[in-house]
Design a protein around this ligand. Structure first.
Ligand code: PAF
Length: 287
């Protein structure tokens, strides 16, 4: 296992990739915003199992944050991220500066238009998927990987990226990585570090309520009724709910009942100034 090389420029990135290509090696990309935790490392390990060469990008992307959001406060921990990745089979850490990604006169955006980008995160954060789609397109064009791994924790983002890659014929396999959870069910997230102890204690309610709701729906309980009580339960735990909804797992269209699935339950809720998201599948058939 060798220490990953840290590169900050497209030209250094591209000469390293050219060498991999010359050796006919498959390249995987794991895009991140850093502040790496076990959830990211699981994505990296998945990538390592599927390609000879793995690039992890670390870039806190300004265009996916609204001015009132936590861009300035978002943790930037390149040294400890590099340390965490030193134990993995990563070849390159690509950590471009802002100017490397966005020239001063940058003026082009990729804007998902409806489809899986409609509603949910887009209602709460209208700028978000434009920023994600733009930076992910740039990363995919810069690295030109055979595959790219995205976490299922950001379920809507995963569906938006899959649709974008299909619609724009980008020619990369998008590989989903399962959510990694704390023992009490809280999904790992770089934002968990913002939680005060009492909010951290309340936070597993999100996953618990989603799971209980998924079981009820799978047993035939009416979706609208289940989701209304899910909202109340999550509020009772101290959250302000942005949304808690049942959607078609791929199109993210609203679903009337479990027969119109596969169904995914998705939540975004705020507690003590920290916004958390989570999602679970509704079991069906032999699940
Ligand atoms: O999920 C994330 O960390 C980010 O949205 C991504 C995909 C790295 C784009 O900035």
């Amino acid at each position: 296992m060798s220490q990953p090389r840290i590169v900050h420029t497209r030209s250094d990135l591209q000469s390293a990739i050219a060498a991999f290509r010359k050796a006919r090696e498959r390249v995987a990309l794991v895009p991140t915003m850093g502040a790496l935790h076990e959830g990211h490392l699981a994505l990296v390990r998945l990538a390592c199992g599927k390609a000879e060469r793995v690039v992890v990008s670390i870039f806190v992307n300004p265009t996916q944050f609204a001015p009132h959001e936590d861009f300035d406060k978002y943790p930037r921990t390149l040294d400890s991220d590099a340390e965490a990745l030193a134990g993995e089979n990563v070849d390159i850490i690509y950590a471009p500066g802002r100017e490397e990604m966005y020239a001063a006169d940058f003026s082009t955006r990729v804007l998902p238009d409806g489809g899986p980008a409609a509603g949910l995160e887009s209602d709460a954060r209208p700028h978000f998927f434009g920023g994600v789609a733009t930076v992910v397109t740039k990363l995919l064009l810069q690295v030109r990987p055979d595959l790219a791994v995205f976490g299922e924790k950001d379920w809507q983002q995963l569906q938006v990226v899959k649709r974008m890659v299909r619609d724009l014929d980008i020619g990369v396999d998008i590989v989903p990585g399962p959510t990694v959870r704390e023992k009490d069910g809280l999904a790992l997230s770089s934002r968990n570090r913002y939680l005060e102890p009492k909010h951290r204690e309340a936070a597993p309610a999100l996953h618990r309520v989603l799971n209980e709701s998924a079981v009820l729906i799978s047993r035939g309980a009416p979706i609208a009724q289940v989701m209304t009580s899910a909202r109340h339960e999550i509020e009772k735990a101290g959250f302000t709910v942005d949304y808690v909804e049942a959607r078609h797992a791929e199109t993210l269209a609203p679903v009337a009942d479990a027969h119109h699935g596969p169904v995914r339950l998705l939540v975004a809720a705020r507690i003590g100034g920290t916004r958390l998201i989570d999602n679970v599948p509704v079991p069906h058939g032999k699940d």
